[in-house]
Design a protein around this ligand. Structure first.
Ligand SMILES: Cc1cc2nc3c(=O)[nH]c(=O)nc-3n(C[C@H](O)[C@H](O)[C@H](O)COP(=O)(O)O)c2cc1C
Length: 205
């Protein structure tokens, strides 16, 4: 029985991984343009990473609702245009704990005025995409309130991503409660503007 479990559990895990990833296989890589606005002069920053564009919509609704600055995290070396190739590169990064170089680096001085930081990402291989980890690792988040918003194609609870953030935020001295995170299925993002805006409003109550 134990032998069977040793064979079937990894096979089943792999099959489930393929299934959940297949859900977005028809999507295309979004443009690789930088997208940032640091002109709002408030104390809220929205940072996000996206491959096929969902998180860009969510980030913009949040930034607009709060009147916040925002910035897109881009990997310096672009991910492939092909979904499958991107999945392979992302898996290698995660498995080997590679922190890729990114376009966005905010100094302590630049981070100082923000009290609240929203972090948006697609769930990748049941976790936070490594370019987001690069940003979070280098940014000074001491004493800040951090809120996560993410989209997925099945990992509706964020899988390992929220525990990953919880651990990192604790180490960085930021306040983070995984229960406040916003989860939206990728295919529903286009109809989720109200949900996203209501989530932000509820956080500030
Ligand atoms: C490399 C890669 C890995 C993914 N891994 C997962 C996963 O583990 N669980 C899941 O539910 N969705 C997974 N997805 C689907 C994305 O999370 C989902 O399509 C998301 O809405 C994409 O957001 P975006 O348009 O901002 O890139 C993955 C997508 C890619 C490209």
């Amino acid at each position: 029985m134990k032998k069977l479990a040793r064979i079937f559990i990894p096979v089943l895990t792999f099959a489930l991984a393929l299934l959940s990833l297949a859900g977005c296989a028809e999507r295309n890589r979004a443009d690789q343009n930088a997208d940032a606005d640091f002109s709002k002069k408030g104390d809220v920053l929205v940072v996000y990473f996206t491959w096929s564009g969902h998180l860009r919509s969510m980030a913009h609704w949040i930034a607009d609702e709060v009147g916040a600055d925002y910035a897109r995290i881009l990997r310096k070396e672009e991910y492939p245009v092909s979904y499958n190739e991107t999945a392979d590169v992302a898996k290698k990064e995660k498995d080997e704990n590679i922190y890729p170089e990114i376009n966005l680096s905010l100094s302590d001085k630049e981070m100082k005025r923000y009290k609240t930081v929203f972090v948006g990402f697609p769930v990748w291989w049941y976790d936070v995409p490594m370019p987001v980890m690069t940003f979070l690792k280098q940014a000074n988040l001491q004493g800040k309130n951090v809120y996560a918003f993410f989209s997925h194609e099945g990992s509706s609870d964020g899988a390992g991503s929220l525990p990953t953030l919880e651990k990192l935020m604790l180490a960085k001295g930021a306040a983070f409660d995984k229960k406040t995170a916003l989860s939206v299925r990728g295919s529903k993002v286009k109809d989720s503007e109200t949900v996203v805006r209501e989530w932000v409003k509820a956080l500030s109550k």
